[in-house]
Design a protein around this ligand. Sequence first.
Ligand SMILES: NC(=O)c1ccc[n+]([C@@H]2O[C@H](COP(=O)([O-])OP(=O)(O)OC[C@H]3O[C@@H](n4cnc5c(N)ncnc54)[C@H](O)[C@@H]3O)[C@@H](O)[C@H]2O)c1
Length: 351
Amino acid sequence: MTRIAVIPGDGIGNEVTEAAMHVTEVAAAAFGIDVECQWFDYGADTYLKTGVGLPDGALESLRDDFDAIYLGALGDPRIADMAHGKEILLGLRFGLDLFVNHRPVKLLDESLCPLKDRTVEDLDFVVLRENTEGAYVGVGGIFKLGTPDEVALQEDVNTRKGVERIIRYAFEYARSHRRKSVVMSDKSNVLRYGHDLWQRVFEEVRVEYKDIESWHLFVDALAMQIVKNPAQFDVIVTCNMFGDIVTDLCAVLQGGLGVASSANLNPQTGVGLFEPVHGSAPKYSGQGVANPLAAILTSQLMFEFLQYHEVGAAIENAVRRSIVEGQVTRDLGGNLKTEEVAVAVAERISG
Ligand SMILES: NC(=O)c1ccc[n+]([C@@H]2O[C@H](COP(=O)([O-])OP(=O)(O)OC[C@H]3O[C@@H](n4cnc5c(N)ncnc54)[C@H](O)[C@@H]3O)[C@@H](O)[C@H]2O)c1
């Protein structure tokens, strides 16, 4: 029995999660895999009612009682500071020490790429974003708030342990997935302390992986190279903030936020958290227009990491066929509603 904790969250998170879970159940049944989904109402509505984002004991239960956690999206205009999102999403990423944010960049059909003359072979790499440190740890403060002399400090935390484990993971991932190269990206020419650590650790670790080609790019050069020549990349490893930004750029090259998936992982401790890259897109909430493919491809990623490779391949193949046959939402040029896309993908798995 494979147990999945499902947190649809807010806004379009609800619609795309319904869609993805439909595909998940159909795909599991098609391959005779026993999957049990338990749904949790963690999100803005519950937070506004109770003041609690992630209840006491939830972290431990999600860690110990489930094989995977599936999250739709968080974000609600009624909670401007995203307090519930920090508690739930950052709470899970930090609390479960999910230090790898794995974001595949894969073009499923040439028609989706805004770049000229790019084939599906040109866009097939992975961004590994450090997920527990950097500017996202919330260390800092404000001095003389609301005055003309106001000072805001936001610390960027880089630890030896944190930097080394994500860089090492990138090389291990490349080796085990027959990827030829690893590119480490930072801004060490300006961030002379934090990213100097990234430089030194990268130089130390890469010599242990002589079978993997590796080089460094400053993040501004990386952004340019991703657009100019994406085919050169296999595995990109970078810090929390740069990974966040660069993967939105990558998402657009694959067809937009509506098709970009991600996994938060700790290979040592087990349970992973799987979520589409996009947020809750409040302006589209409840209209049935959200593209569920990012959420469905997130389910594919979940099956891959649970070692059900044939299920993952079947989902990817069905998504590709749906795209080619125009069975998509309006952001990809189609006219189907969210749930109709899920039905179309599911039919291409079971039929
Ligand atoms: N991991 C997360 O849960 C996460 C990630 C990003 C943003 N957020 C939150 O989501 C809320 C909205 O943020 P935002 O508007 O900056 O980002 P967003 O990803 O929600 O939406 C940005 C735009 O991308 C497009 N888009 C995104 N997902 C789509 C989909 N499935 N189908 C079709 N189009 C899609 C829409 O045009 C949308 O307006 C905020 O509260 C933000 O903090 C949450």
